[in-house]
Structure formats: structure tokens, C-alpha cells
Design a protein around this ligand. Structure first.
Ligand SMILES: [Fe+2]
Length: 356
């Protein structure tokens, strides 16, 4: 068996492959690791057959839908998953066949209503049902501490004690554990009974995960994250460094039009000397009037470098083939100590009555 664990911050994902049949499944993939997964699949000489999420994640951005679209592969989740792009729904006691491997599905609700664990050979992928030294929380949407108690004590912990535990999250650089170790040492499992466990889970008072809303939006809809949008836009354009822009602006290079796409008040406070101003929100509507030459070399900038990346990709798409984004944002320009100008944009760049 090929078994590779990947880490993105506290998120763990797994590539599991059958060496004999050269096929594989990817479990709990995370968007920032897509290229690494594909490189690993290639390095092992595997064909990826399935993508699987152990549950609807509220705290990491699943790459299942992205990879499903890219590679035309089915996504597997429990039948209670609200996600519309799941092609293979599974339930307790069923197995997923990956070449000569059998991954047995254990339905373990509690962290979420659609949580599953996967048992294979000497190990179990526990999702967020059981973590090393902890458990999944139960205070997020569809969480239920009573269900988690049953899933842990009546399902997962009934497996052989030597079973290795591979969770979906770990924040302490630990790779795996065993059920025996967790039973003996995991603080959340040291309770006397069901009621005590429920009380313990209800009194954790944890902070909501960062990006909770965005993660649920993406993972439940199959939509893209904002970081994905920006990364895709960055793949389609080129960039110019702050030093290079300064060299050209200070050298009087009038072949480069510098375009500020921030809001007007930010522009008025300070901007790159000689910059033209069109706020990002008005760009599509005003671009033909303000920038009539699509062959002009245009340097686009914003405050942080994200909006300008999106704006530059849009401009390239509509025909401004020499639009280029500032590598960084105006905040870095200021930090570098390069000169700035204050004041309103020239009236020609913001004609009254336009942009509505
Ligand atoms: Fe989770």
C-alpha cells in the first residue's frame, strides 16, 4: 500500500494507493496542495480514481470539487452530506474498492452529521471524529456531542486497540497515534459516562474557526475561494516589481500608464506620481473612454496587490494585452519610501456622470 500524509497548516490529507493495480484515492484534499497531490500521484505512478471528504469541513477549503472538475473524478461523501457535487454517496458498513485495497466506511456522526471514518488494514482515518489528544468539536453546524460519544465509544474505540489513528487535523506536528494510546491518554476520552462527555463538549467555549463562512460556502457549493480566484488570475498575467515601476516612473518613461484602481479617497490621500485613477468597481464601464488604446502598456495597482491582480486579468481578457500588475501593493511602495503624490485625479480620468 502507498500511504502518504500531507499537511497544510493543521489540515491533514492522505493519498492512499494500491501498488499492484496502480490506482489511488485522495482523502480530505485541501486547495493549497493541489499541485503537490498531482506531483505525488505522478511520482508513485498512480491513477487517481476517487476523491473523498470525511465530512463537510468548516475549517479547511476542500479541493475535492476543484480536482473533480479538473480530472473528471467522482467525489465520495456520506449520504447526509449537503454538497451537491457528490457523485458517490456512501453509508455505514460499505466499502470503497481501490485496486486490491478495501476502505470500510464507518458512519461516525457527532462532529458533523455527515462524518465518516475509513478503516483499512492496520489503520483508520478518523476525519475529525477522533484527533490525536483531542476530538472534533461539536459546536459547529450539525454537530452533536451525544452522537460523537456514541461514534467514539460504540464504534471507533471498539476497533482493535493497536489500530493506527490518522486524523484530518493536527496542530502539533504529530503524524499518527493508536486507539490504545488515545484511550489511555486523550483527555477528552477520560470521562466517566455519556452525560459527562456531553457536558465536557458543551463547555469547551472554542472560538469559531477562521474563514468559517467562506469554508462552508465553498465546501457546500463547490464554488471557488477568493484565494483561488486570485491565484487563477495571477496564472494569466505578468507582474512588474515596485523597483522597476519606480525606475520607469522616475525616469520619465511615458510609455507606461500607471493605473490606480483603489477607491477615490485612497487615491486622493496618496498615489504613485502621475497615476490615472479608475476605481475597480467602475473599471469595465469606464475603461473604453479612459483608456482608448488597448495596445498601451498599463501598470495596474491597488493597496495590497490582490484587486489589481483580478483587475489586470480582466483587462487582459477584454483585450488590453499589455496590462501588467504591480508585484505587491501600494502599501509596499510607501514602505519602500518611494515618492507619492496627493490630490484629485485629473477630471478627464473621472468624467462626471459615468460609472453608474
Ligand atoms: Fe471538521
Amino acid at each position: 500500500m502507498i500511504f502518504e500524509q500531507f499537511r497544510a497548516g493543521g489540515c491533514l490529507s492522505y493519498l492512499i494507493g494500491c501498488e499492484q493495480q496502480c490506482v489511488a484515492i485522495l482523502v480530505d484534499p485541501e486547495v493549497s496542495l493541489v499541485d503537490r497531490y498531482l506531483a505525488s500521484v505522478g511520482r508513485h505512478g498512480l491513477q487517481l480514481r476517487y476523491l473523498l471528504d470525511t465530512h463537510t469541513h468548516a475549517d479547511h477549503f476542500s479541493a475535492s470539487h476543484t480536482l473533480s472538475r479538473k480530472l473528471d473524478l467522482p467525489v465520495i461523501m456520506h449520504r447526509k452530506s449537503p454538497t451537491p457535487f457528490v457523485q458517490i454517496q456512501v453509508d455505514d458498513g460499505e466499502s470503497i474498492i481501490v485496486g486490491d485495497l478495501r476502505l470500510k466506511v464507518l458512519y461516525t456522526p457527532g462532529h458533523t452529521a455527515d462524518s465518516i471514518c475509513l478503516q483499512l488494514e492496520d489503520r483508520v482515518l478518523t476525519g475529525d471524529t477522533l484527533l490525536i489528544g483531542s476530538t472534533g468539536r461539536t459546536d459547529l453546524p450539525t454537530g452533536d456531542p451525544a452522537q460523537l460519544y456514541d461514534s467514539l465509544f460504540n464504534t471507533l474505540l471498539k476497533l482493535p486497540p493497536a489500530t493506527r489513528v490518522y486524523p484530518a487535523h493536527d496542530y502539533h506536528a504529530q503524524e499518527h497515534s493508536t486507539l490504545a494510546y488515545e484511550l489511555a491518554n486523550n483527555p477528552r476520552l477520560q470521562v466517566k459516562d455519556r452525560e459527562a462527555f456531553i457536558a465536557q463538549m458543551n463547555n469547551l467555549n472554542m472560538k469559531a474557526p477562521t474563514h468559517l463562512t467562506e469554508a462552508l460556502r465553498i465546501n457546500c457549493s463547490g464554488g471557488d475561494s477568493i484565494d483561488q480566484l486570485i491565484a487563477e488570475a495571477a496564472d494569466r498575467i505578468s507582474f512588474m516589481s515596485i523597483d522597476e515601476v519606480y525606475r520607469r516612473v522616475s525616469g520619465g518613461d511615458d510609455s507606461l500608464l500607471v493605473l490606480d484602481v483603489r477607491e477615490r479617497d485612497a487615491f486622493e490621500k496618496s498615489h504613485i506620481p502621475g497615476a490615472t485613477h479608475i476605481p475597480r468597481g467602475q473599471l469595465e464601464l469606464r475603461v473604453d473612454g479612459a483608456l482608448p488604446d488597448p495596445t498601451q502598456r498599463i501598470l495596474v495597482y491597488c493597496e495590497q496587490g490582490k484587486i489589481s491582480t483580478l483587475a489586470t486579468a480582466m483587462m487582459r481578457r477584454i483585450g488590453y494585452g499589455r496590462a501588467v500588475a504591480l508585484d505587491g501593493g501600494f502599501q509596499q511602495w510607501r514602505l519602500a519610501g518611494y515618492p507619492v503624490e496627493k490630490g484629485s485625479p485629473p477630471s478627464a480620468a473621472t468624467p462626471a456622470g459615468e460609472g453608474n
